[in-house]
Design a protein around this ligand. Sequence first.
Ligand code: ACM
Ligand code: ZN
Length: 736
Amino acid sequence: MNTLFLIFMTGLIHLVPAPVKTTLKEGVFTLNNSLKVYVAPQAKKTAADAAVYFFETIGPSMGINAVYTNTQPSGNVLIFELKDATEVPAEGYFLEVSPTCIIISASNGAGFFYGVQTLLQLLPPYVYEPVYHPDQDDPSLSCAVPCILIEDYPRFSHRGMMMDVSRQFYSVTYVKQYIDWMAKHKLNRFHWHLSDDNGWRLEIKKYPLLTEKGAWRGPGEVLATSYGHPGERYGGFYTQQEIKDIVTYAAKRHIEIIPEIDLPGHGKAATGSYPEILCNTSGEAELSIQGVSHNVWCATREENYKMLEDIIREMVSLFPSKYFHVGGDEVVTSQWSACSLCRDFMHSHNMSEPIELQSYFMGRMQKILKKFGKTMIGWDEVMEGGELDRKDVIIHAWQRVDKIKEATSKGYRVIAQPAAYCYLDMKQTIHERGLMWAAIIDLEKVYSLDPIKTPGLTPEEARLVMGVQGGLWAEMLDKPARIAEYQTYPRLCALAEVAWSPQENRVWEDFNKRLSQTHFERLYYMGINFRIPYPDAAYVNGYICARTDYPWMVIRYTCDGSEPDGRSPLYTGPISTDNPEKYLFASFYGNRIRSIVREVDLPYDRYQRPVTRVTGNVAIHPQTPYTVLEDNDFNTYLRVVKPLEEGQYILYTFESPVTAGRISVLTGLPGVDIDPADYAHVEYSADGLDFVPSGSEWKDGRCVFAPKGPVKAVKLCFDKGNMFLTSYIQDLRIDK
Ligand code: ACM
Ligand code: ZN
């Protein structure tokens, strides 16, 4: 058999994350159902789970089951061998494939597990799908494993991913699935953001209101309506039994779960459930950066520390990790300045700034955690306002890369999660869904991160960097379906390589090739709804020309207003048309994974920009007068600073009546679409006096309608039910 052909077929050189050292050899091992498994006696304790995982994965797809043997057979065997820790670093492994046997050797369970993960990547990608695949073109070839020697171990001991289950709630099944996908990428820490302003997700028996009240968002609840779920009671929580089940599931995959309850800010779910937690203030409170009021634990109410100790005690029985994350980010400290208890405390302790209370609060938490043998992790703001115990506090650097330097130079250990590289809730391109306050983060940007390359970091400081992780904040992950996966993959693949592979082995072009030529196929068979790039479609000299840089993608299109699907016409060459506005394009991986749908880029403005006057009766921010909606600049917006009420409106009146095929009335922040009006309808008028309904419904903060005849005015009318303090209104978009 031709080895090069095999390399191509098996994706041999397409391992993700890239291993430390790979030596290709002559020949193949043929994997078939006469395979035996021999776990050497000394390896029984450490390797058993990895062997089970291997056969659980390939059993359904290849029809090969585990047949264990107590004596080492001479051929056709998968061997697990224990090595001394001096020979293989923790979590490292050797994987040797020869024509007669496959040997995985490691010094601990994680090493065996990662050896198995790499072996799975030497098999055809379909092994990840729990469906029997007897009809591959050539079964004998598809089960041939190339002879190879791989020596591998991780660069960082902390290789993590954070999931925010407060803003969106994810089921037990989904969390497990998410964890399993992480494990397949050799990540080993699941940072579980279990509480925030938007939901408390963890059953605490002593404080049942935390989940009876604090796990639910919606009208009449203590927590504001969930973004994207107006009018609904939305939420959920994990019982202690479910938590234990997930922790066990993760541990089998060598993933340690680090729980986070976010304190003392981001605490609305707790303070809404138990208001006595709050400072004794009155009157208007400063809003947090996310627009939430009264979400800070009083820093000096002694009962709060008692309650927190009780909560931690219950958590300790659920989470064996030695690390507990207690937040510390974005605290509105003015609540403390306004509280007589906190003020008295500051006075008697010679504190001049409320930020010193933050340090005091964190110090108290660190001591509580220490009582239970836990080490505290806090977001990088916990460095402000005073010194914490450097030996016993880990800083989670998120705001900027230079926080890595700041923390390590103070002697703290650090987990790097710089937002501009690692916040996977950020947009991947300007056209895609997501936030962008930190950056637009494409795959290459994630891949470019090297936390040790932080400017000014000394070798000694670099040793304090425990590793790196991604963060998936969830407020905008309500739609479309499975957007959590779309945002996570393939960016997590890049992050996994940042965390695992030696820096000298990391080359973007090589990674991108391994990813697109083979790893995408694995992601597909894993069942992940991963992102693929969309095609570019331009209109030139009467033709639409679409293109993609990726030979593994096809482009499909429609011209009837529907979105392209796997049956839509294939784009095979320039399309002659006078109506490029009618066309929609998308790229497809097979017919199964679709990119976002895109319109054609036109060399001219697709919109009319009539002279418009805008009036209304909503509560506007002083810096955004109604005139911002008159400039036909689609980047400017009106900001509304009180919940929109029934009877309020925005009226767009044109100097001369406008004839248009389509008018779009849009709310939400332009380009991001967060904070739309949830309840509204649109009317229009031919004369500016008599208004008729637009005929199109209000959906996802917008109404797109086709007016019958010329339009003199468009009226955006708000209905009952809008709850958010802040919302945004955009300029009209009037098609030509
Ligand atoms: C954070 O993004 N507030 C940690
Ligand atoms: Zn207070």
